[in-house]
Design a protein around this ligand. Structure first.
Ligand code: ADP
Length: 481
């Protein structure tokens, strides 16, 4: 569609003002769109009456109408206006159903982005025009005027193919050539269409484009008459981007479920341990003071573990809500800050007879940083170094200042990290999957949080490792913010 020719009037029927503002803002990326807004169906219908609307963007859930009725009411009153539906995440089926009932397209609310929205409106108007043209011809009981129709569909953004009943291609527009170009001969004309064409049966098909890309298209078939014979008009609407967005959302969903399963397990294990030891002592079965002492210290440690885990979860949730804040101040005693972190882990290290070796230059410059957050990064890196080292090993902590950066390194001589795992280390919940990491315990959040903290300081974190030899984790923070 040539949107530049005249401005296109879009009516947004959406009761959530904030969301309507967001869409209006997105649509303002195109100069040729004129956006009107209605907060309920009634007002929407009045607006439609009052002005020449080219396309409607319709939220199904409105104060005066809900679900499929919202569309069917509007479509019954104004069938000549193309409609793009906004749906929730779980409404894919309803969206599909309404597309079969005459809506031009549905967009899942959380995956709407400016380009997608603007393009969808263009498609909607265009496809609607073609269908209206066919409908007019049918009503007049006339044959489609072939040359007029050819020119109408030649340059549409949807692929358009006309087939005879044996699925031989009689006509294909430019978009169809490019959508199917990779899998059919040079020109589609005269070839066998590779998909079943069944009226009233929409399907999603995968094609190889002329640039070698795999595309997903929505395929729809209607019966027409072409050159005096019964034929099919097949439209191919490229929904590759939408499919990708849907898959990404499914992946997030899957990660969330996995997260809840992991976390419940992680929270339960220390609780079981604490309860178990406490019960033993309550029952009066443990009388020996030394054993009591040992049990209590296990309980305390498990309590601390729970506390750390909950703190990590709070960090992740505030990171994800965009509420993670860094309070910078001048930190002139970086050495002491590092020493405080090693101190904090001293007893954990002692249990595995691990020794710390610390190297600093005489002078470290002052940095602008959030003390407690930097300490948290150090704590995460050093506790990993201990966790993934053998008994009696050494952990080296060092700092250097160079090129306006202070770089802090934590080196261990432990199990190391397989090369293929390196890119995933700072992903949420990622843990290298092998028996030694499983027995070491952990939740896969430490490096994720550490990376966010370092990056919030304008810095960078990275790892080098040799399986079986050990790992070095480094992070660099700019001296001046
Ligand atoms: P956690 O240690 O709680 O599992 P992290 O995000 O801190 O979570 O680390 C993610 C994963 O990276 C760990 O599970 C481990 O597989 C690997 N890893 C991190 N640090 C080291 C290290 N020093 N040596 C070997 N593997 C490490």
């Amino acid at each position: 569609m040539d949107m530049a020719a005249k401005s296109t009037k879009v009516l947004l029927i959406e009761d959530d003002n904030a969301y309507a503002n967001l869409l209006t803002y997105m649509l303002s990326e195109s100069d040729d769109l004129d956006v009107l807004h209605a907060e309920c169906l009634q007002t929407g219908l009045e607006r439609l009456e009052a002005s020449d609307i080219d396309v409607v963007v319709l939220d199904l859930s409105l104060p005066d109408s809900k679900g499929r009725d919202t569309f069917t009411t509007l479509n019954a009153v104004r069938p000549e206006v193309p409609v793009v539906i906004l749906t929730g995440l779980e409404d894919e089926r309803l969206g599909n159903e309404l597309v079969r009932k005459g809506a031009q397209e549905y967009l899942e609310k959380t995956s709407v982005v400016p380009q997608l929205l603007i393009r969808s409106l263009g498609y909607a108007i265009e496809r609607h025009q073609i269908l209206a043209e066919l409908e007019r011809a049918r009503l007049r009981d006339q044959q489609v005027n072939e040359s007029r129709f050819r020119s109408l569909i030649q340059t549409t953004t949807d692929g358009m193919v006309v087939l005879d009943r044996q699925r031989t291609v009689l006509f294909a527009n430019q978009t169809a050539e490019s959508i199917l170009g990779g899998q059919m001969a040079e020109s589609l004309l005269g070839g066998q269409f590779p998909f079943a064409a069944e009226p009233d049966k929409d399907s999603d098909v995968e094609t190889l484009s002329n640039t070698g890309e795999t595309l997903t298209s929505e395929l729809r078939t209607i019966e027409i008459s072409w050159g005096g014979k019964d034929a099919y008009l097949v439209s191919l609407h490229d929904i590759t981007e939408r499919k990708k967005a849907e898959l990404a959302l499914l992946e997030i969903d899957r990660m969330k479920s996995e997260f809840i399963a992991t976390i419940s397990h992680e929270l339960r294990t220390p609780l079981h341990t604490i309860n178990g030891f406490n019960k033993l002592m309550l029952d009066g079965k443990v009388t020996d003071p030394e054993t009591q002492q040992e049990f209590l210290s296990i309980s305390v440690k498990q309590g601390e573990h729970l506390n750390n885990l909950i703190n990590d979860l709070i960090d992740v949730s505030s990171l994800e809500a965009g509420k993670f804040t860094i309070r910078k101040e001048a930190v002139s005693d970086l050495k002491d800050l590092i020493a405080a972190a090693t101190q904090q882990l001293y007893s954990v290290a002692l249990e595995k007879s691990i020794t710390f070796d610390e190297h600093y230059p005489d002078m470290l410059p002052s940095i602008e940083a959030d003390r407690s957050r930097i300490r948290q990064v150090l704590f995460n890196l050093i506790s990993n170094a201990i966790k993934f080292s053998d008994e009696g090993a050494e952990v080296i902590v060092s700092a250097t200042a160079m090129n306006d950066l202070v770089t802090i390194q934590v080196r261990d001589f432990g199990i190391g990290i397989p090369e293929e795992a390196m890119p995933n280390l700072s992903a949420r919940f990622y843990r290298v999957d092998n028996s030694s990491t499983r027995s070491a315990g952990g939740n896969g959040l430490g490096l994720y949080i550490s990376r966010q903290i370092v990056e919030a300081h304008g810095g960078r974190i990275w790892a080098e490792s040799e399986p079986g030899e050990g790992s070095t984790f480094s992070f660099a923070i700019p001296i001046k913010s």
